[in-house]
Design a protein around this ligand. Structure first.
Ligand code: GTP
Ligand code: SPV
Ligand code: MN
Length: 584
């Protein structure tokens, strides 16, 4: 008898009419075949195989360079279940609209069946997905980003317990591009894009949108969070998870080379984008990284900002939409101070300075996680790692201090629910506009965000020692517009303060928004930063926060009666703390 997977593959083939079907096994030989094929048809451009062995450049269609949030839908029976922050279509309408775009879409193309595991192969928390795609680039990327091939098929057996994702690049026309999710039946359809989160369906579509729905049903959490371990001088490692919106510093924080390494503080990478977190029998919160690779932002990466990435991407890495030097090495803005001569830009044209950037601002590298020198020896622990701190953050040119600590779990949930950040090139649309992005999940929560806040509150009440919740802002700017904080490896100073707060041995001043470090509680040795700058970085201006509180109250209106009372209570408590201050 045919297995549920075989049945679905056959149905999909009937619809999309490929010329052949290839079941991916994830082997090195298969990867060689895919590579050869892509070099032959121009999907891959060979980089310098002496200095970058096994590395290739892929140029996506210039109209297809980032996630398209406006074309991304959550299709629930009831509109209200998708909530006010998601685009919605009724499941039947969505299928009627999108099915014709799949009809014959793979004519003359190969259909790849890509089975994969999200999570360590041996973890009870891992889940299986199968992506059907007509893009060899997607198949090759999924091999890096997940445990792909035989390992997944072996685990699946003849079970129907997998999330199917049907993907075709279609004709790449934005008019015929849809990324639709059916959380009630755990199904994903994506057509018309070959890029990143739109096309690698294990990542944002499954591991966040569908998984967040499963997580609420099953009592766990699927979050847009990095996971890192901070080692202290005694060798003890404390794990933290952090949610920053797209292109706001997750990969860089997770992979940093600590500025306090000589003091004995170093950072181990567990994950850089997604965390699946469960309550362990002992009441602790345990996180696994469902992914197996990093799909990281290239621009800004150099041997000072992120030496671990620079080492990791010297072999067996796919580069997407970066520029290329005369010697066929990848290049991007922020790699060297001055661009070398003879650059080819991300579209394949010869580049001259003054024009637009040589690398696309959302150009990326796709690299196996184990290639990073910072990878934690525990990154594949099946039971996950115990989380002691959750961190929210974003790009706020003004307002938010470098770091503050919430009063307790419920207040921390409020801090996450109301976070905001300036938009980036990771999604199409205007860059630099401040928008609310609760828990960095605005584009990724597969259900009503009011219910999502409630789920967070409930998880807190089930945890024995809920992690402390912090908020950080590496992006505060001075009057001259420049960043006040050096960021990157220096961010370990903030992590160290958090660790000492967890251990009850760092000082803080209480402000209306939470606890902010005293200057003396921060380790600043070896950092040249003026007292004034530090003052600005840590400042909490009550009048600015009073404006923010009004904006938060308005934002909460969107969620109607699905907003938990606790969130209103926290907003009012903030108002009264601010009022007590400003009326003095
Ligand atoms: P996604 O992969 O889109 O989810 O992004 P991400 O959150 O992992 O962001 P990433 O670490 O790739 O950083 C995005 C951009 O922010 C890059 O250009 C970085 O160089 C820059 N960046 C990261 N950390 C810092 C920091 O501490 N300070 C400053 N000024 N820039 C940073
Ligand atoms: C993000 O935008 O948060 C990313 C890149 O990590 S993508 O995979 O395209 O979603
Ligand atoms: Mn991301």
């Amino acid at each position: 008898m045919a297995t549920p997977l075989e049945v679905w593959v056959e149905e999909s083939a009937k619809l999309t009419k490929p010329s052949q079907i290839v079941w991916c096994d994830g082997s090195a030989e298969e990867n060689e075949r895919l590579t050869k094929r892509m070099l032959g048809d121009g999907t891959y451009i060979a980089l310098n195989q002496t200095t970058y062995p096994g590395c290739y450049l892929h140029r996506s269609n210039p109209n297809d360079v980032a996630r398209t949030e406006g074309l991304t839908f959550i299709c629930t029976q009831e509109k209200i279940d998708a909530g006010p922050t998601n685009n919605w279509m009724a499941p039947a309408d969505a299928k009627e609209k999108v099915r014709p775009l799949f009809d014959g879409a793979m004519k003359g193309r190969t259909m790849y069946v890509v089975p994969y595991i999200m999570g360590p192969a041996a973890s009870p928390y891992s889940k299986i997905g199968v992506e059907i795609t007509d893009s060899p680039y997607v198949a090759a990327s999924m091999r890096i980003m997940s445990r792909m091939g035989k390992v997944a098929l072996d685990r699946l057996g003849s079970s129907d317990d997998f999330v199917p994702g049907l993907h075709s690049i279609g004709d790449l026309s934005p008019d015929r591009r849809f990324i639709v999710h059916f959380p009630e039946e755990k199904l994903i359809w994506s057509v018309g894009s070959g890029y990143g989160g739109n096309a690698l369906l294990g990542k944002k579509c499954f591991a966040l949108r569908i998984a967040s729905w499963m997580a609420r049903e099953q009592g766990w959490m699927a979050e847009h969070m990095l996971i890192l371990g901070l080692e202290d001088p005694s060798g003890k490692v404390t794990y933290m998870a952090a949610a920053f919106p797209s292109a706001c510093g997750k990969t860089n924080l997770a992979m940093m080379v600590s500025a306090l390494e000589s003091e004995g503080y170093r950072v181990w990478t567990v994950g850089d984008d997604i965390a699946w977190m469960h309550i362990a029998p002992d009441g602790s919160l345990r996180a696994v990284n469902p992914e197996a690779g990093f799909f990281g932002v290239a621009p800004g990466t150099n041997s000072r900002t992120n030496p671990n990435v620079i080492k990791a991407i010297r072999h067996d890495t796919i580069f997407t939409n970066t520029a290329m030097t005369e010697s066929r090495e990848p290049w991007w803005e922020g790699m060297d101070a001055t661009p070398p001569g003879g650059l080819t830009d991300w579209k394949g044209d010869s580049w001259s300075s003054g024009k637009s950037p040589a690398a696309h601002p959302n150009s990326r590298y796709t690299v196996p996680a184990w290639q990073s020198p910072s990878i934690s020896p525990h990154w594949e622990d099946p039971e996950g790692l115990p989380i002691s701190a959750l961190i929210f953050g974003g790009r706020r040119a003004r307002l938010a201090p470098l770091v503050y600590e919430s009063h307790h779990w419920q207040h921390g949930v409020f801090v996450g629910a109301t976070m905001a950040s300036e938009t980036t090139a990771a999604a199409t649309g205007t860059v630099g506009v401040t928008r609310r992005d609760p828990m960095a999940m605005l584009p990724f929560c597969g259900y009503h965000m009011g219910d999502y806040f409630r789920h967070w509150l409930e998880m807190g009440s089930k945890l024995k020692n809920p992690p402390k919740i912090f908020h950080v802002n590496w992006f505060r700017r001075g009057a001259d517009g420049t960043f006040l904080w050096p960021g990157y490896g220096e961010n370990v100073r903030v992590l160290k303060w958090m660790l000492h707060r967890i251990e009850g041995r760092a000082g803080a001043s209480e402000t209306p928004i939470g606890y902010v470090p005293t200057v003396s509680s921060l380790t600043l040795d070896g950092l040249s930063i003026s007292r004034d700058t530090l003052g600005e970085l840590l400042a909490v201006h009550p009048s600015d926060w009073a404006e923010e509180e009004v904006a938060i109250a308005q934002f909460f209106e969107n969620f109607g009666d699905r907003l938990p009372h606790a969130m209103r209570d926290e907003q009012k408590a903030l108002a009264s703390r601010l009022g007590a201050l400003t009326s003095h």
